[in-house]
Write a protein that binds this ligand. Structure first.
Ligand code: SF4
Length: 181
């Protein structure tokens, strides 16, 4: 049987959704026999490939690199899943939005100057830090998303239920499986 080309992506998130993915435990072995991992922070591949069948996207859209990668994902992937509350609603990363239009500058000032214990300076060289967007947005505000997997993080059994739905046409998520937080 040809294995499905599988990717996962880490945008503006804490990696908790990927940690929950690893909690799939022995189901990961089943999955390994059915998918080929072609891109993931777990595999540390550098370029998002062509012809991906399924991609789980963790995190909100926070900076210009996220915008570019999200468009690549959509152009090269059949099924895109918003993986966790940050991708679905923007969640924690969007807390900076309440700071207003200048929030990107405020965030950098707070992180690199006010909170610094040594060398309080904002990184200024091109390519060191991707410019932040004025506003953090969920994935579906930038690209079409095929499925949403809520939870912060989604529990492993919920991730498994979605994967079985996509791989084996098992029932779609419903009821408490669609809970946020
Ligand atoms: S949804 Fe929760 S666990 Fe997942 S990246 Fe966001 S904050 Fe982390």
């Amino acid at each position: 049987m040809e294995r499905l080309r599988f990717a996962s992506v880490w945008l503006g998130g804490c990696a908790g959704c990927h940690m929950s993915f690893l909690d799939l435990d022995e189901f990961l072995l089943d999955l390994a026999g059915r998918v080929e991992v072609v891109y993931s922070p777990i595999a540390d591949l550098k370029t998002y490939p062509e012809n991906v069948d399924l991609c789980l996207v963790e995190g909100a859209i926070c900076n210009v690199d996220h915008v570019e990668l999200a468009h690549q994902i959509r152009a090269r992937t059949k099924i895109v899943v918003s993986f966790g509350d940050c991708a679905v609603t923007a969640n924690v990363p969007a807390m900076r939005n309440v700071l207003g239009a200048k929030n990107a500058d405020n965030v950098l000032q707070r992180a690199y100057v006010e909170a610094a214990e040594a060398n309080p300076v904002k990184p200024a060289l091109d390519g060191v830090l991707p410019p932040l967007l004025p506003k953090v947005v969920p994935l579906h505000q930038l690209i079409k998303v095929d499925h949403c997997l809520p939870g912060c993080p989604p529990p492993a059994d919920r991730i498994k239920a979605l994967l079985l739905h996509l791989l084996d046409a098992a029932p779609a998520l419903s009821g408490s499986q669609l809970k946020f937080g």
